[in-house]
Structure formats: structure tokens, C-alpha cells
Design a protein around this ligand. Sequence first.
Ligand code: 5GP
Length: 199
Amino acid sequence: MKTKPLFIVLSAPSGCGKSTLIDLLLQEYHDIVYSISCTTREPRGAEEDGIDYHFLSKERFAQLLAEDAFLEHAEVHGNCYGTLKAPIVEVLAEGNSMILDIDVQGAAKVRERVRALPNTDPLKIGYVDIFISPPSIEELRDRLEKRGTDSAQTIERRLANAQGEIARAGEYMYRVTNDDLTVCFKRLCDLIDALSGRM
Ligand code: 5GP
């Protein structure tokens, strides 16, 4: 079945199950491609170039920036991060969809860029942004504590960030609450099916 290629921007505060949801989406939809960001930081642990990130030198990153190759970019903790535009254009041209996993600030930059594109641009035609919300801040605190990977201080920082991000959820076209992973995934699939004309 021929479907409309989507350019999906997904944001969620940490602890909202975003990575799991993206993994499930990629398993469910073989025509959705995950956008691999570029970064100037060193790979960590088992991270692989071209899978987790495109690991670039500062010089190469600067060169791409000068060529306006990034749809958006940001500096985080002294390292540069960016989303290349060309792979998104290519994936959509092939009739597939692209999913971008990005924070609220990055998503706002992408939204601005897309808004400025002509109405006939495939990125604008296929654009959709979705915010995954936790059921409540208390529930998010509970999940982060149970995960057991963060110190109390880090949890507080993540919660403060989450509150800031949730306050901007209204900027998104769609908001899906992750109260239950299976239900949330089903809602996301229904949304993608409806938007891509799968049903
Ligand atoms: P990490 O180095 O821990 O993988 O990521 C650090 C931060 O960079 C995270 O907040 C992550 O969301 C952000 N990040 C990763 N890729 C991109 C990107 O392509 N664009 C922007 N703006 N931020 C990114």
C-alpha cells in the first residue's frame, strides 16, 4: 500500500519511554527510518559511528554548518550536535518516513525551519510533531527512582527539565500520554496510520 511519507518529530521528557516507543515503532513500520544525529563528542561505550551518531571532527562539523547542511544544530555541554537535512530529503523522496528524536528546543528550531519552507516541500507536507507526556510529575519521579540509574540530584534536575518541557507541550500538533506503554504505542500507531493514510 502506498502511504504518505511523514517527517515525524518526537519529543519527550526523559523517563517517558521515548527510546522504547521509537524501538517499537521501527519494528512495526519498516518504512520509517530513524534520523541519526551528528556530534563532535567522542563515542561512549559500545556506541558505533553511523548507528548511534555520525561522530565528526569539529572541523567537519563547522564545514557542514557553513554549507547549511543542518536542519538544526545546538551546542550541549561544549559539544556540537546537529540534524542533517539531506538524509531526510532522500528518505521522503524514496516514499519512506523519517523519525527525529529531539528535545523541545531542537524541535522548536526544526518547526521554525519547516514553517519557512514552501508549501510544496515534502518536509513541510509530511511534517508532524508529537509530544509524549508522562501521566504526572509524581509518576515520572517514581519511574526515574525505580530505574535506579540516576542520583537524587540528577533525578531532581531531570524532573525540573521535564516540567519545563511539559510546559511547552502545547507547541506540538499532537500530545500522547504514556500512562501505559502498550496503550501509548497503540495510540501512536493509530496516529501514524491516520496521518500516512494507512487506513
Ligand atoms: P548525548 O551526548 O548524551 O548523546 O546527548 C546530549 C544531548 O544532545 C541530549 O540532550 C540530546 O537530546 C542532544 N542531541 C542529540 N542529538 C541532537 C541533535 O541532532 N540536535 C540537537 N539539538 N540536540 C541533540
